[in-house]
Write a protein that binds this ligand. Sequence first.
Ligand SMILES: [Zn+2]
Length: 263
Amino acid sequence: MTLSLSRRAFALGLPTTALILGALPRVAGATAASAPTDAVTPLAQISIGRFTVTALSDGYGDMPFGYFPGRTAEQVEARAQFAARPTGIRFVFNQYLVKDGERRILIDTGPASSLGQTGQLPDALAARGIRRDQLDAVIVTHLHQDHLGGLVAGGRRNFPNAEVYVDRRDVKHWTDPAKQVRAPDYLQNSFSFSGELVRLYPRLQAVDGEPGIMRGVSIVDLTGHTPGHIGVRIEDAGQRLIMVSDMLFPVVHPAAIGGQLPV
Ligand SMILES: [Zn+2]
């Protein structure tokens, strides 16, 4: 199902990750001129200067209509990208592989079987000839379980050679026992996975502000969805791509796109 999505999905905003394109005309031109060379057809792929950004998927989860309080099933479905009748809508969990010919960076790691039909990211990487121990860096946009899970699934350090970057405010929030005690059930995995993250990755890079990760890759502060929600800016050769996650949910945040649903 996911492989049938076109590159246009980038611009439309995939369910769990959306992209904001900077310098759009130049990006569009670069995209058209740079056909993927990998053997596996990508979910979506775009080139920014020397970088290639490829969308991967860890799988999907079907969320019940009751997950969106205050809206009827019809209102929710009208805004959803994928319906999962009769019970709800389908969320696809995406991650992004960024390569520049030298380094491999992964943005987010998926729920890793902790919810829905997920756990496919290792296979998605393998299909592109990449093992998890070959990732140089993993940037986690925030410490919700569907972005963090793959790092710690099975209680193991699944990306043993990667520098792992997370905003310091999220590390503080999601490892605070007092906050975990007060948190609802659906956030408990995010807390427990965050504890695992700190335990398994002692060299975790807890970043402040908007630092550069490497030449052409830097952090964007997007605090709001979580205290330390971040995006990733990729720029090279006059082209720029800002990658964001969980900001443009048409169902959850209708006002953000000019929708008419009650909030
Ligand atoms: Zn989130």
